[in-house]
Design a binder for this molecule. Structure first.
Ligand SMILES: Nc1ncnc2c1ncn2[C@@H]1O[C@H](COP(=O)(O)OP(=O)(O)OP(=O)(O)O)[C@@H](O)[C@H]1O
Length: 516
């Protein structure tokens, strides 16, 4: 006999009954089989006795109510008392209809379960303690389909309702936060757009050409090489490209290759695995390339990068993947690269200071920003722009007299827009609340003072005055530093500009070789 199968125990009992009640039945059961079967049934009884359903019932968290087919209460568990507030002695052995009449039950399901012979659900509230519950009644039917028992589960939902209210409140809050977030994003977009229009101030032909180029390539995902003297707005142009590109919602990472020591730049750019070199963080670090994935990376002052790092950079750009220092697994990348420099990269290539292959990789689309001195029209617009910014910042209403504008227009601006911006800020700071800033004030700030009096006397024109200043400055610098290369560095202008100016101003620059 299969002792694990209840069904076979029934067959055994059937056979046993038949064997002893019907002598004609041909039962093949042996004495041993009968003893074996009886032992097994004895074991089943023992286990059943041990399974105390009341004890189990009392350990349920939900209320349990059992009635017979006539609605007479047979059993309630402890949780039932906790939830309904009714003690067992108040309901057990009573008919459900009487309990209802006594006013102890509202929404009882037992009479309906007996009537419908199927599951009945209802929501109820305890008449004693106001606890809300979900009531589920199920019939147990006999073979004829009559209701033998009714089993009712009372599930407390007060907590659930509180939780639901909490969830709803949280959802409301989240919606408010989301709305806020959306609003903030819209504001940022709006500000970005305003910034977008304000960033690149200028109407000169030079600026118009730059703007046109930005719009040609912003969305094309090509690598752009932005060139121009210091302070001409290379970063502003990079911002404009990013803001007008499809990647504008993705990260925009800027790395100033000149500001980070060469020894650290590699780790900054490509990242490193944990413990890959002395001083590396234990957890390793993501490089700028990885951080810029799906977005844009600006490599500013690219001309300052060492040849060794240039090779590594070339590899990353070519293979579109980066391997962290000390790492083995290359990480695939999708990064748009913008590079900026105030160096003459082509000259550097010729001198073997910049890799030719990298130069061509970066120079897919070049943008040259002209120096401010060649963008006379922009000087006026930029001056007005910065004046309104700094008036706002310092709560003033200063203006610049016409002669002042002329001085600004004639100046050489070696530091380009950055210098103009700084000068205007300084002028606003030192001026009274509603001052009219004079040409003289500006001349003093620009170190043009010695020539200003001459200019005012109209003995010579301002251009001449500026040329004089330039001549003296370059002559002095040449005497001090000895070569046009060094002078260019000190005066923050191109070497070719120094040479051109020297020729124009009649300054002897000596042996060409010495100047290289
Ligand atoms: N067209 C412009 N309109 C308004 N502001 C500008 C413009 N161009 C540059 N500026 C401002 O001038 C300053 C210098 O610009 P930026 O930093 O972009 O120059 P850069 O060429 O990257 O300089 P560097 O070579 O020294 O890094 C910034 O404050 C910038 O906001």
């Amino acid at each position: 006999m299969d002792h694990g199968n209840q069904f076979s125990s029934m067959i055994f009992l059937e056979n046993l009954i038949k064997k002893f009640s019907d002598n004609t039945h041909d039962s093949t059961m042996t004495k041993e089989e009968i003893i074996d079967g009886l032992k097994w049934i004895r074991e089943e009884f023992r286990q059943l006795k041990e399974l105390d359903f009341r004890e189990i019932g009392d350990h349920l968290y939900d209320g349990l109510y059992i009635a017979d087919g006539n609605g007479k209460t047979l059993y309630v568990n402890k949780a039932y008392t906790r939830i309904t507030g009714l003690k067992a002695e108040e309901v057990v052995d009573k008919y459900v209809n009487d309990i209802i009449k006594e006013g102890l039950y509202k929404n009882a399901v037992t009479p309906e379960v007996i009537k419908q012979k199927k599951q009945v659900n209802s929501m109820g509230t305890s008449t004693r303690n106001g606890i809300k519950m979900l009531i589920t009644g199920n019939p147990i039917l006999d073979q004829e389909g009559n209701v033998k028992k009714v089993v009712v589960i009372d599930r407390e939902i007060t907590d659930l309702l509180a939780m639901q209210a909490e969830v709803e409140a949280t959802q409301q809050k989240m919606k408010a936060v989301e709305k806020d977030e959306r609003k903030r994003k819209q504001e940022i977009q709006h500000l970005r757009k305003i910034q977008l229009n304000q960033n690149l101030i200028g109407k000169s032909i030079g600026t118009q050409q730059v703007t046109e180029k930005i719009h040609q390539i912003a969305n094309l995902d090509v690598t752009v090489l932005i060139m121009g003297e210091t302070g001409t707005g290379k970063e502003v142009v990079a911002d404009e490209i990013y803001l007008n590109s499809m990647r504008k919602e993705a990260p925009f990472i800027k790395v100033n290759c000149a500001a980070i020591p060469a020894t650290l730049l590699e780790a900054e750019l490509f990242g490193y695995e944990k413990g890959s070199f002395t001083g590396a963080s234990i957890s390793g670090k993501m490089g700028m390339f990885e951080l810029a994935d799906k977005g844009t990376l600006l490599l500013d002052e690219i001309g300052e990068m060492t040849m060794e790092l240039q090779s590594k950079l070339l590899r990353v750009i070519q293979h579109k993947e980066v391997t962290r220092i000390g790492g083995r697994r290359p990480v695939k990348l999708d990064v748009r690269i913008l590079a900026a420099t105030n160096c003459e990269l082509r000259e550097m290539v010729q001198k073997g200071k910049f890799r030719e292959d990298l130069y061509y990789r970066l120079n897919v689309f070049p943008i040259h920003i002209p120096p401010l001195r060649l963008r006379g029209e922009d000087i006026i617009l930029l001056t007005q722009h910065f004046l309104s910014i700094y008036n706002g910042k310092y709560g003033k209403f200063t203006i610049i007299e016409a002669l002042g504008m002329e001085v600004l227009m004639q100046y050489f601006w070696p530091g380009n827009i950055r210098e103009l911006k700084n000068i205007i800020e300084r002028l606003v700071i030192v001026s009274d609340h509603s001052a009219v800033i004079s040409g003289e004030q500006i001349a003093i700030l620009l170190n043009l003072e010695p020539y200003y009096a001459e200019f005012m006397n109209k003995e010579i024109g301002l251009k001449e005055i500026v040329a004089n200043v330039e001549k003296k400055t370059i002559e002095k610098a040449l005497a001090t530093y000895g070569s046009t290369r060094k002078v260019a560095k000190v005066l923050k202008i191109d070497q070719s500009t120094v040479v051109k100016k020297a020729k124009k101003l009649g300054i002897g620059i000596g042996d060409e070789k010495e100047n290289r």
